[in-house]
Design a protein around this ligand. Sequence first.
Ligand SMILES: Nc1nc2c(c(=O)[nH]1)N=C([C@H](O)[C@@H](O)CO)CN2
Length: 118
Amino acid sequence: MDIVYIEGLQADAVIGVYDWERDIRQPLVIDLELASDNRRAAANDAIADAVDYDAISQAVVAYLQASEFELIETLAERLATLVREEFGIGWVRLRLAKPGAVKAATSVGVIIERGERR
Ligand SMILES: Nc1nc2c(c(=O)[nH]1)N=C([C@H](O)[C@@H](O)CO)CN2
């Protein structure tokens, strides 16, 4: 299995459990590892045969900007489903960070893996 990755994808979203968080947008940072078999794309030198990190980045940012969940767990789960279903990705590892959430921490967040790694 090969991997196509996206690192440090940033967007602001309505996210959080507290009342004050429902009226503001907060920065989120996403890292994605996407299962791929890069051999066909490499052999044909064709984007049509590749996992298109640009198209996936655009879809993820659009989803983040429109989302209004309370928990980052929920958002992470929905993003993993979006990537797998819309782009036919068999396995994804997703790290969702909410850097401003805890004053004493550089960042907090979740890491999930969904699908079969093969
Ligand atoms: N496991 C989680 N813990 C917390 C979350 C969360 O989404 N998942 N959210 C918050 C608050 O919204 C916090 O980010 C405000 O600073 C607290 N704990």
